[in-house]
Ligand binder design. Structure first.
Ligand code: GLU
Ligand code: MG
Length: 418
């Protein structure tokens, strides 16, 4: 449920049975899936996701499929994050919408060995830097070739702002395919990094003082072939539907942040500056805003879209896309009004100025995010009670374990002084 991949291998002879009856497994051994007395669960492979795994070699080849999780009676398990997203997409479908996403995924490449328990970036380059003989070029080329071989289209890639930090943007796809693609993407990036003697991390803020890794995602709703966010002549060519959608994102942001930013460490990125947003507002060319309406290309009406910048690369994409979609849909259904856009760099305003403008902060810590989510009927409904309770329990435990730590910061600051 936190989005870490699990797998089971089957021989070709078992496949037919896997499709007709499913593959049984003990759900109680997987965190969050089932209580011991309802342990039996089934995996049913989704044939549309069949791909050969290039890094496993050709002889014999290995392929994979994503699987849906079912109860023994064949009904979907309420603990399956894919099913949570499918339910959200059905809700959108009932309103006549299909939902597309396009993520910009950031991550760091580090040397294999840590130095004094700290990660060591593979280079010291920065944003868009072209490094001659750079490790990152070869890495990105190998990773992208592998992704394309697996049917995942990459739009572009570049060095990001931090040392060793890279970004790869995937071409838009429907949200369920994209969530699967993100899982594949992370596996490929980690495999290629290991092959080249490094490791890759999608942790939100691996180094203090350096940029974090976001997963800014561009969202759009289509009605048939028509982009529901596009209205020629409107400000930023953004339709009423688009404005309500953004209003929904802003309205429910405090409640869903424990899902889009699910770790203790996520809040160090959100509050660490460096182009990560910490305040609930929207803007056009404003990279400090949580939601941005990117520049419109006059020739491309279909490209009007909404970019959410708070989401980080360590989120579970199935659950994160579910809460973002449903928040936007609530905005449309309830015709929520969009507040005025924020034109300033919100980081440079004082707390008072922000308050006067009605700009609220995002939760400051995992603790605050969980406490806000706990009270949310909205998130409970989107995730379903089972996933909702599991995430809360898991995250409360993470917070409690974190709170028990005596950190390097405290030792440095206080041990001798006090
Ligand atoms: N790394 C930044 C973040 O954590 C984003 C940089 C960018 O604008 O692409 O959100
Ligand atoms: Mg970026």
């Amino acid at each position: 449920m936190l989005g870490t991949l699990k797998s089971v291998a089957v021989a070709p002879a078992e496949l037919e049975g896997a499709f007709s009856e499913g593959i049984g497994f003990d759900g109680s051994s997987i965190d969050g899936f089932a209580r011991v007395y309802e342990a039996d669960m089934l995996l049913r492979p989704d044939a549309s996701t069949f791909q050969v795994l290039p890094w496993r070699g050709e002889n014999p080849g290995t392929a994979r499929m994503f699987a849906d999780i079912l109860l023994p009676n064949g009904s979907p398990s309420l603990a399956d994050p894919r099913d949570v997203l499918r339910r959200a997409l059905t809700k959108a479908g009932d309103l006549g919408f299909t939902f597309y996403t396009h993520p910009e995924i950031e991550f760091y490449l580090f040397e294999k060995e840590l130095r004094r328990d700290r990660p060591v970036p593979v280079d010291s380059a920065g944003f868009f830097d072209h490094v001659p003989h750079g490790t990152a070029h070869d890495f990105r080329r190998a990773a992208i070739t592998m992704l394309e071989n697996m049917g995942i289209s990459v739009e572009f890639s570049h060095h990001e702002g931090g040392p060793g930090q890279n970004e790869i943007d995937l071409r838009y796809a429907d949200a369920l395919s994209m969530a699967d693609n993100i899982q594949t993407f992370k596996a490929v990036v980690k495999e290629v990094a290991l092959e080249q003697g490094y490791f890759a991390s999608f942790m939100a803020k691996p180094m203090a003082g350096e940029p974090g890794s976001g997963m800014h995602t561009h969202l759009s709703l289509f009605e048939g072939d028509t982009n529901a966010f596009h209205e020629p002549g409107a400000p930023y060519q953004l339709s009423r539907t688009g404005r309500h959608f953004i209003a929904g994102l802003l309205r429910y942001a405090p409640e869903f942040t424990a899902i889009t930013n699910q770790y203790v460490n996520s809040y160090k990125r959100l509050w660490g500056g460096a182009e990560a947003p910490a305040h609930i507002c929207w803007g056009h060319n404003n990279r400090s805003a949580m939601v941005r309406v990117p520049m419109y290309k006059p020739s491309k009406g279909q490209s009007t879209r909404v970019e959410v910048r708070s989401l980080d690369a360590a989120a579970n994409p199935y659950l994160a896309y579910s809460v973002l979609l449903c928040a936007g849909l609530k905005g449309i259904e309830d015709e929520l009004d969009l507040p005025p856009e924020a034109e300033d760099d919100v980081w440079n305003l004082t707390e008072r100025e922000r308050r006067a403008m009605g700009i609220e902060p995002l939760p400051a810590s995992l603790d605050e995010a969980i406490r806000t989510m706990e009270e949310s009927d909205f998130v409970a409904e989107v995730l379903g009670e089972h996933v909702f309770d599991f995430v809360l329990r898991n995250k409360r435990a993470e917070w409690a374990a974190y709170r028990d730590q005596v950190t390097e910061f405290e030792i440095k600051q206080d041990l001798r002084r006090l």
